[in-house]
Design a protein around this ligand. Sequence first.
Ligand SMILES: NCCCC(=O)O
Length: 447
Amino acid sequence: MKFPISEATLVTYPGPVPTEVDVVVIGAGVIGVCTALFLAQDGHKVALLEKGRIACEQSSRNWGWIRQQGRDPDELPITAEANRLWRELAAQTNIDIGLVQGGVTYLAETAEEMETYANWLPHAKTHGVDSRLLSDAEIAQVFPGISRRFAGALHTPSDMRAEPWVTVPALAGIAARAGVTVVENCAVRCLDREAGRVSGVVTEAGVIKTTQVVLAAGAWSSLFLRNEGISLPQLSVRATVAATHPLPHLSQGAAAAENVAFRPRSDGGYSLAAGGFHELFVGPDAFRALPKFLTQLKQDPFGTRFLPKAPKGFPDAWGTKRKWKGDAPSPFEEMRVLNPLPNQKKLTDLCRDFAALFPQMGDVTLKTAWAGMIDTMPDVVPVMDRVDALPGLTIGTGFSGHGFGIGPGAGKVLAGLVTGADVAHDLTRFRLSRFSDGSPMDIGPSV
Ligand SMILES: NCCCC(=O)O
């Protein structure tokens, strides 16, 4: 994958690792970076450890949408807070992260979809989010030149966008200036425990003593937890994204139609993807988690296709180690950066469908394309919780493809869970125990 090189990504964090901190955050994606940042701004001594580079996985590979629209009602207040925090964070960095309030629009094919959107609007109103329905005529005003008619749309003017690959390293820069010790190329192999609670982490560069660990490891979280004896029914799906060459200006906003979602990019092109197209590599975790995912698979909100086996070294590949100790390399060192290949046919389809929707684009050609592994939970909302069975461990994972936009809000929540501060949100929906079935591998730490 070729990313645009920015000032932010040229900064590297070689270490060394500290010997003792108040909190270790595992994983420097948007969730881990924001959690570390807010903890440091609250006066805590924090180490943020990343096995590869900052935001080298899904946090740089997502669509760049900062979306409140259509969110699960329990996530919505956190995304509304994130919307405010994004503006504050953009003002704390001298790097242009491409933050633009251009709105997000869902184009509806059917009256049934419009009814679903209408039924969601009261949630937006409750949290002061400015979502509204658009008629077909209004759609043409927002997206001039659109070639076909729709049943209507859901539109949220206050939704935003930013350039993920520039943004998350820029946020890491703010965190580093706030005192976070950021270390790249440093895998955490496992946890240390004393008297049934967290006492440190074993990294490839030595042990760090700490009493608080936040696991924000995206697609790797469930593998890490399994080795700790904690079951998390999390899977990851491959999502293909493309960046076009510069094309005519359309609108400042991002939108999703049935076959193609698009966002204007800072470089004059568009990021293209398809919301209803995700691919699951079938491995042992997929079989294990199947019963918990059955409802989701029946409704199929992901438009999931199945691929026979994951590439070597992927979290749910058949040959990936499930058990290891701290004295030898872990699977996280064997694959520093999860870099799936994009689906070539989907790339062709995206160009065709975008050009058909907006004929003024002419020939749509791609500057680059990539894929990412989206970590997802059976109910498509994240886990943000302390692990009751292992005091000192907090989990922030399973953001199900929506983690970029909610990132700063989730970071505030996770920092609050660590410090015991009032997070001012009802977190019941995000509890780890919602997956509990009482089996031996179920949320209890192995000792
Ligand atoms: N996988 C969807 C990414 C963007 C969003 O819905 O916020």
